[in-house]
Design a protein around this ligand. Sequence first.
Ligand code: MIC
Ligand code: SF4
Length: 647
Amino acid sequence: MSGTVTEQILADHLVEGSLEPGEEIGIDVDQTLAHDLTGTMVWLQFEALDLDEVKVDEAVQHCDHQTYQSDHRTTDDHRYLRSACGTYGAHFARPGTGICHQVHKENFTAPGKVIIGADSHTPTAGGLGQLGIGSGGLDVAVAMGGAPYYLEMPAVVNVRLEGELDEWATAKDVILELLRRLSVKGGVGKVLEYTGPGVEALSAHERTVITNMGTELGATSSVFPTDERTRAFLARLGREDDYVEITPDEDAEYDDEVVVDLSTVEPLVAAPSMPDNVMPVAEAAGTPVDQVLVGSCTNGAYEDVLPVARLLEGRQIHPKTEAVVAPGSKQAAEMLARNGWTAELMAAGVNMSEATCGACIGAGHVPASDSVSLRTFNRNFEGRSGMEEDTVYLCSPEVAAASALAGEIVDPRDAADEYGIEPPGFEMPDEYVGASDGDLIAPDRAADDAPVKGPNIKAVPLGEPLEADLAGPTLLKMGDNITTDHVIPATQEVSVLRSNVPELSTHTLKRVDEAFADRALEADGGFLVAGENYGQGSSREHAALCPMYLGVEGVLARSFARIHKANLFNFGLIPLTIGEETYERIEQGDDVEIVDDVRTAVDEGREEFTIRVDDDWEAVARLDANSRERELLAAGGKLPHTRQQFA
Ligand code: MIC
Ligand code: SF4
């Protein structure tokens, strides 16, 4: 097959369209994943579509975000997920098995395949040459039922890697360097495909760190070619048979190119409160650190925790600093324990935590007020830690460990002399062992044959077909880079409601405006106004579903993040792009009317709409939607639309 790695995988799965950037394509799906926060909606929608069997090769349901089960509603959700997997034929990972992307990498990720996941970091798989795309839960439900997944053919960017990383520079610093250069919007509409001589200088694990955090660039996906290092990684997991070689064709053509000389990459941090607020560690050095957290789907693997253990071995962390290690999977935790590293970490003063997302979404280990938290995670959006005015820095495991010793942010190259630490070079074991594999229950081991729903689990609301008139107040005006964490936070007290949309909706946009939900319900219609990159971050479809439930009919924004825009179509909310002048002029509370017969305009493929504001002035708003997305809007969303189609 010819072309880039991305084109080869897509061509192999293509069922509709052609691989021209910007064209809508439909692709076959081999694998899906969901987790406890997105999975309940996935299965409720799977059931609402009257689907009775999983049709993809492997559908995997993880339980990783809320494993503490501090409320029966979460435990009920987990039971529902297990029983749905048993009933319809999916793999179920017991709560505590680990973070979905790490568990997936250990057990399922296979080069050349396509995975659609109800989590934004699904592109992690790209480090092993699998194309992973994050999407809303409804897209996953429909794909599990055997239907193609639709997306706009992304531009493929060649990220050419040259040279080799210096001591103390890591894969995390490579992706932070890209964030520094390209920003959180830099990857929108693109797949970042890594090539060049620097690829072989990176282990397969390091590649997955980079592809994982490509999500923070807004990229559709990120992918590496495969080679002997990929094969060796799979062999260690006992899955060498999954190996296939995929490399770009000699004359593969890319839409753009970025060159990174690995030898010039230095230890970096992302300062509060955006992953692209990147600076050399040296610039942040001396900042006192109250909390150091190691883990997450970016840096929670055995390969990430091992350097931390090596650096802390025989030493004590600073008395003013707390340090927590949450391995990315139970298998990683078990290996660390069996090899003695857990004991070393504990002796150094580290608190070992469960293999879960936990602190990454503010479920546990919430930082103290007016304190600094240094994390090996991928997101530091303000308030995501569970503390509204937080100060969170992102870094590599090496920087985290050195800073835990120093009690302040420190460049490990400077700390090396003071603490006598050396770069933690290490050999990986020949085999990744873990008896905890048994926590992953394959469909043939399933013990349930009917879904069990607790009292908190409510049916998915259905949208209404689009009508001719669309008018209402602007319910809220927001700035740039509003994240889905602003729309529906993922902290514990809110996440217990993920399977109960009516209740969950009362939290919509509360972090921006406490009174929003009541105002929206009362207005029974209206619009949200936002700046650039509206809806960046997670895949959570609740960020569209809850506004829909509250009666919001559309979003007027300067630009949208990819997954969230797809979720708006999926739930029948019209996403209209407005110019800077309109954005500046429009105010919260203004009455907006779409002058055209919206239904006809959407059906006819019109791109320009006129909005009249306060019966006073007019402006143009653009609808960038293909025919499939227009059909979704007309039907009131993908659920009613797919039901009509199945009927
Ligand atoms: C996140 O990192 O924000 C999450 C929580 O994993 C989300 C999924 C969700 O909100 O359920 C994501 O990244 O998609
Ligand atoms: Fe979990 Fe954080 Fe990764 Fe999301 S980003 S999957 S919350 S570890």
